[in-house]
Ligand binder design. Structure first.
Ligand code: PEP
Length: 253
């Protein structure tokens, strides 16, 4: 990893947890987190305020798993705005997760609008891109992730990535136990960084690109050692405090 980029690890709890389980998970993460680590926890939205309270006084960030593309309050049943996320203590929000793209039909254009809404509210968007197994097998990985990223660049401008974080999450590696090899991930991270660098060399060099897809304590170190991998977006392993904090500890210091 470049010495100029600080590693980040975000835990995506997906639709897991309960008030009791969350309290014990946060306590476990707080107790074992390496000093100075940059880390964010993303619980289900209904628990954000609870988790914000449990994180009080710590350096751990709070992230949501989704945000409305709408900035103003209004008739958007089941949605929440970036301003609301800030109001309950969020610093980050995941946008364009493959489960939202697949289950809710989120288009590249909608992901770009959500990224813009997050930025306008002062949140750090963690913008997810990634190909399915069929797309990889068809040799379309570069085209797919390039298209997903270009939509955000077109909608928000390269300036978005002064603060936004990018996450490469091959769909075939999410929750499957099948991790991309460090070389496979590095190839795509370098490609994504190159697309940003082509628009702005400084932003391309400084943007943080996380890897997500079955990261565990046992494989995190070799992934994070790659030059263009700046940390991870962690699903299943973020539900175990010891496993998650070991992943955070694998970020080169
Ligand atoms: C994710 O949910 O973004 C993810 C990467 O999940 P997992 O780590 O379980 O593969």
């Amino acid at each position: 990893m470049s010495v100029t980029r600080r590693g980040l690890v975000a835990g995506n709890w997906k639709m897991h947890g309960s008030r009791a389980a969350n309290a014990s998970l946060v306590a476990g993460v707080r107790a074992a987190l390496p000093a100075g680590a940059d880390c964010v926890l993303c619980p289900p939205a209904v628990y954000l305020a609870d988790v914000a309270a449990a994180l009080a006084g710590s350096s751990i960030g709070l992230g949501a798993q989704d945000v409305s593309p709408e900035a103003a309050q209004g008739a958007y049943t089941g949605e929440w705005s970036g301003a609301m996320l800030r109001d309950v203590g969020c610093s980050h929000v995941i946008v364009g997760h493959s489960e939202r793209r697949a289950r809710h039909g989120e288009s590249d254009a909608l992901v770009a609008r959500k990224t813009a809404a997050a930025l306008a509210a002062g949140l750090v968007p963690i913008v997810c891109v990634g190909e399915t197994l069929e797309e990889r097998d068809a040799g379309a990985t570069a085209a797919v992730v390039g298209r997903q990223l270009e939509a955000v660049l077109a909608g928000c401008g390269v300036e978005a990535f002064r603060s936004a974080v990018l996450a490469y999450e091959p769909v075939w590696a999410i929750g499957t136990g099948r991790t991309a090899t460090p070389e496979q991930a590095q190839e795509i991270h370098a490609l994504l960084r190159g697309l940003i660098r082509a628009r702005d060399a400084i932003i391309g060099g400084s943007v943080r690109v996380l890897y997500g897809g079955s990261v565990k304590a046992s494989n995190a170190r070799e992934l994070f050692a790659m030059p263009d991998i700046d940390g991870g977006l962690i699903g299943g392993a973020s539900l175990k405090a010891d496993e998650f904090t070991a992943i955070v500890a694998a970020v080169p210091g």
